[in-house]
Design a protein around this ligand. Structure first.
Ligand SMILES: Cc1cc2nc3c(=O)[nH]c(=O)nc-3n(C[C@H](O)[C@H](O)[C@H](O)COP(=O)(O)OP(=O)(O)OC[C@H]3O[C@@H](n4cnc5c(N)ncnc54)[C@H](O)[C@@H]3O)c2cc1C
Length: 363
């Protein structure tokens, strides 16, 4: 039953050009969508929304049974508008319930509970926090982590601005952010695990902030998380997957949840044999490890070569997933999309880091 409601009016001259992208994005968040004349409505598990279109104007209405639900709906709508209407510099000001609310529903302050080496090259960090339900989503596994640094040891955390989106009260004290994957979580116990690739100790520098934090943080140290982020792997009969260590937490979660009858092959590039991990996976998915054996990350050609060498079966539905260094990812994406002409419905290839560049986010 709806008890909270709010609305905003946004001047958007070119809305008809990108409305379908906004609707598609919102639909992908478990929404039931109903389209009418100059109207679209969305039923989410935690609230609902309605678009009323007039020439040059979009009216957005949001409603929910409780505060958390309304915050989530507002944020979903706001992010979709920012993403697709960016060139029109949308001005969103919400009126009604929670109009002055400054709590950002996607943000949680977490504290380090414990950390341990999973393998020589991978450190697992267990973080404790409250109210983690929204992060329990296998279709959206990633988080933006916000780290204190030597330069900004006591950062300010993001709040919700008047448009409902993340706002930083101080640019000078804004934390450094990096994208990571939730390797595991226990909502009842109130913790999440994140696996950090150990790629060099640069404590005190602006580079390698994520890695250095994982190596040196001690019980009780704080870190912010925002999310969850990410797109789902589409259901298929047969899968081809490939990643380096940075994609291994995501691949592990995907493999753990595939149905037992799933078939295919997954290639994982790691530094050496002792960086292999035990991963639950369907019997019909062959797991093949590639060792760099001294070659620096992002420079070994075998992962891309292996992906390209596999022939996709023709008589079943298939999906290709790839996550690695940016150049390797580009090669795989070009091969799948351009050479093989497989579309977005069949492939997802994401650059997880870029050689020589700090703080790269997935595009
Ligand atoms: C969707 C997504 C999910 C991700 N999940 C994870 C995850 O679960 N675990 C994880 O460890 N990483 C993950 N990454 C990758 C991670 O965000 C990057 O590796 C990030 O650069 C690490 O930040 P940093 O502060 O340690 O290094 P940065 O400050 O970003 O980079 C400093 C230097 O280190 C180099 N560098 C960065 N990463 C690596 C690496 N892996 N190997 C070798 N050199 C590197 C950079 O090229 C740069 O020269 C993910 C990325 C994305 C986009």
């Amino acid at each position: 039953m709806t008890s909270l409601a709010c609305r905003t009016e946004i001047a958007l001259l070119r809305l008809p050009e990108y409305l379908h992208q906004i609707v598609d994005r919102l639909a992908s968040f478990d929404a039931t969508v109903t389209e009418g004349v100059n109207m679209v409505s969305f039923e989410f598990p935690y609230g609902s929304a309605r678009f009323l279109m007039q020439p040059g104007l979009l009216v957005m209405e949001a409603s929910a049974p409780n505060v958390e639900g309304l915050r989530r709906v507002k944020e979903l709508l706001g992010v979709a508008i920012e993403l697709y209407a960016k060139s029109e510099k949308p001005q969103m000001v919400w009126t009604g319930d929670l109009a002055d609310d400054t709590i950002l529903s996607s943000f949680r302050l977490m504290r380090l509970h414990s950390a341990w080496q999973v393998t020589p090259g991978m450190r697992r960090v267990r973080l404790e926090g409250d109210n983690l339900e929204r992060f329990d989503n296998p279709n959206s596994m990633h988080i933006r982590m916000l780290f204190p640094t030597a330069a900004v040891p006591e950062p300010v955390w993001p709040i919700a601005g008047s448009n409902g989106l993340a706002f930083w009260p101080s640019e000078e004290r804004r934390p450094v952010s990096r994208v990571y994957t939730i390797r595991d979580l226990d909502v009842t116990a109130g913790h999440i695990d994140v696996d950090f690739v150990v790629h060099g100790d640069t404590e005190g520098s602006d580079e390698g902030v994520g890695c250095a934090w994982a190596m040196h943080a001690v019980k009780g140290d704080v870190v912010g998380i925002m999310g969850p982020l990410g797109r789902p792997v589409r259901p298929a009969d047969w899968y081809i997957m490939g990643c380096d260590e940075t994609g291994l937490p995501a691949l592990s979660r995907i493999l753990e949840r595939l149905p037992p009858q799933a078939r295919g092959v997954a290639f994982v590039e790691v530094a050496a044999a002792d960086d292999e991990q035990e991963i639950a996976h369907p019997e019909g998915i062959e797991l093949r490890w590639i060792h760099r054996n001294g070659v620096p990350g992002g420079e070994h050609p075998e992962l891309v070569r292996s992906i390209r060498a596999v022939e996709w079966p023709e008589d079943v539905t298939s999906f290709g997933w790839f996550a690695s260094e940016n150049e390797a990812t580009k090669e795989v994406r070009e091969y799948w999309r351009n050479t093989m002409a497989y579309g977005r419905d069949k492939t997802l290839a994401a650059g997880y880091w870029k050689r020589g560049v700090a703080g790269v986010m997935a595009g």
